[in-house]
Design a protein around this ligand. Structure first.
Ligand code: X2X
Length: 340
């Protein structure tokens, strides 16, 4: 009797194994995807589009769950890349700024006043520079699939209008996780303090800091006008792309067919996300700017001369960080921008 039970159990197991193809056996029931902000932001929309496309096109074989607020690393976005590498995070749509502490070449996008406009950013991400940077991410053990965009970062504060470097004096500003930002804002005479996005919002609300810098989609999405950030200077000093990535072991566990689906879905989601991120902030369509203004915000656009004064004040930072990023890569970027 007992022997027969064992035989029956073995037959059952064999039957189960026979219907599950080898590649699928290793699939997880859920893949954790990390983003810093919520799904209502353009950045989060990109993650939603990617997840939905992948779920549909793999018939649910790859089921992605989005974790906003970098919650898988307790909000500490500078630890996100390491967590992806370690497999604590399976996938991410991440900012180049947050991964710069681990991949120093990604600081390229944070060089002050390197990218004059969106065309310049496009020339970088879609050209040789973008390929080189994907190479560095790959070498660091993570699989990069597509570019997205957080956007040009603008300066806001609760104290006064900023039109020249002298106006920065004494402003206590929250800055992001790469030390390059400490250098940039110190060079401008401000008083920068580094903190995560999770900590930045209460710090702005309770006036522990006077200001911050972020793309307009983040400023508006987080309703920073409601925490007295009523002075907004459009100075386009850096533009921050996003990268769609997958942990290497997770990537290897997928069939070639599914890898192709995930890659193509990332490229499609990235393209659509960039369009969303650029909506409402152009001369042709200033709808987001108008909405921000309707909350009593004073929006200041710098004249070319004012812009040049900020660029001049940060030249030393560019020089110092060019050495860290790599002279060749920075030159390649400058050439690509000049030709754009
Ligand atoms: O922390 C920020 O400022 C944010 C949301 O823009 C990034 O994650 C880089």
């Amino acid at each position: 009797m007992k022997f027969r039970h064992i035989l029956a159990a073995l037959a059952c197991t064999a039957a189960t194994l026979a219907v599950v193809p080898a590649a699928q056996a290793a699939y997880k029931s859920e893949y954790k995807l990390s983003i810093v902000v919520g799904t209502s932001f353009p950045w989060g929309q990109g993650a939603v589009i990617w997840s939905d496309l992948v779920r549909e096109r793999t018939d649910g074989r790859i089921n992605i769950k989005i974790y906003p607020g970098t919650s898988l690393v307790q909000g500490d976005q500078t630890r996100e890349f390491t967590a992806i590498r370690q497999g604590i995070i399976d996938m991410a749509v991440g900012s180049t700024i947050n991964w710069s502490p681990q991949i120093k070449q990604l600081n390229l996008f944070s060089l002050p006043f390197l990218q004059p406009d969106a065309k310049a950013t496009d020339a970088l991400i879609h050209g040789e520079v973008g390929k080189d940077l994907f190479g560095y991410i790959e070498k660091a053990g993570v699989v990069p699939l597509a570019w997205g965009e957080n956007g040009f970062r603008q300066l806001s504060n609760s104290k006064h209008e900023v039109t020249k470097p002298e106006d920065m004096k004494g402003l206590k500003l929250r800055v992001v996780g790469s030390p390059l930002y400490m250098d940039t804002f110190s060079a401008l005479g401000a008083n920068p303090t580094q903190m995560s996005w999770a900590d930045a919002q209460p710090a702005l609300a309770n006036k522990a800091v006077d200001g911050q810098e972020n793309p307009l989609s983040i400023y508006a999405g987080a309703k920073l006008y409601d925490v007295q950030q009523q002075y907004l200077t459009l100075w386009n000093y850096v533009s921050d792309p996003l990268v769609f990535v997958v942990n290497r072991d997770v990537w290897k566990s997928w069939s070639e067919e599914d890898q192709k689906i995930v890659r193509e879905a990332a490229m499609e989601a990235g393209k659509r996300e960039i369009v969303i991120a650029r909506t409402g902030i152009t001369a042709e369509d200033p709808s987001l700017l108008k909405e921000i203004e309707s909350h009593g915000v004073k929006i200041t656009t710098l004249t070319p001369e004012q812009h040049a004064a900020f660029a001049k004040a940060t030249e030393g930072v560019v020089e110092k960080w060019t050495k860290t990023i790599g002279e060749d890569l920075v030159k390649k970027a400058r050439d690509a921008i000049a030709a754009s």
